[in-house]
Design a binder for this molecule. Sequence first.
Ligand SMILES: Nc1ncnc2c1ncn2[C@@H]1O[C@H](COP(=O)(O)OP(=O)(O)OP(=O)(O)O)[C@@H](O)[C@H]1O
Ligand SMILES: [Mg+2]
Length: 327
Amino acid sequence: MPTLLEIRGLSAGLRGRRSVTQVVSEVDLDVEAGEILGVVGESGCGKSTLATAIMRLLVPPQVLQSGAITLWLKDGVGHDLLQLSDSELRQLRWRHLSYIPQGSMNSLNPVLRVEQQMTDTLIQHGLSIAEARSRAAAALELVNLEAKILNSYPHELSGGMRQRVIIAAAVSMHPALIVADELTTALDVVTQRQILQELAGIRDELGATIILITHDMGVVAQIADRVAVMYAGKIAELGSVNDIFETPLHPYSQGLIGSIPRESGGRIEGLPGEAPSPWNYPTGCRFHPRCPNIFDPCRERIPALQTQDSARWAACHLYDAEVAADA
Ligand SMILES: Nc1ncnc2c1ncn2[C@@H]1O[C@H](COP(=O)(O)OP(=O)(O)OP(=O)(O)O)[C@@H](O)[C@H]1O
Ligand SMILES: [Mg+2]
């Protein structure tokens, strides 16, 4: 698969009174055209900061520190999102890349009908009122909503319907890339499953690429092709869903998978402790204080994300032959 989005050395942080800390640390990630990439990790791991940095929507005290993010469009031209002018970026947003922020379900304007909220942006992008209306209706169909919803106010809709309206609005321009942050977190399990199926349908129908950010391994298992496991601002492991669920390499991935409640019941081995604050990252491997497999180098040396075979990557000294030889 060709690469749609190429992230290199991306760091983003928070500016404090006296210093700046890193929330996302030197992330390298290739997102393949047409895939659904799950980005998963516990609360506070930097997932939303990564998403907002990709969309160039960081706001103070958040700061972009370094990196390049190249979006490769069909014409073979790469656009470095971090170098574009604001007006160039506006051109790309909606049309080529679209963002569904965390908590967006509650972001609809309560005093405007769905139609106006969905068509305003389309009209700003040059569509006539009639075209915008038919685009909006077609987008609603992708999420199994009838066009008559256009006449509704947000309070007349259930949470699941509001989330579907948000998705429909985000995909109405048929963007190449959709970044969706905690899309289904606030919804019941049945609605969550339906919406994830609709999202997979959108990928198939529009040929879109989706980065799906979630703290929920169950969501990833349902829909993603590949998974990036994030811990304390870094990618801990990257691989196909099957590989990561069947043979997780990183002890953090193993812990996350062990924490998923199983339908068959049984004891859940939770991950003890919690993710560190970006102001207080441990030295060496940031996971070492919680790691059941810790050995000496972990306290001092930062593990690099290394390929284990061409399709999977892990940042853990257990898999680094050089470190293991030294230890
Ligand atoms: N605007 C901000 N002001 C202060 N701290 C922030 C801000 N944005 C992020 N942080 C801090 O940066 C860290 C990462 O936050 P981020 O929202 O990226 O995590 P997350 O993985 O998306 O978590 P969640 O699963 O809870 O959404 C957290 O410790 C958070 O408190
Ligand atoms: Mg978040």
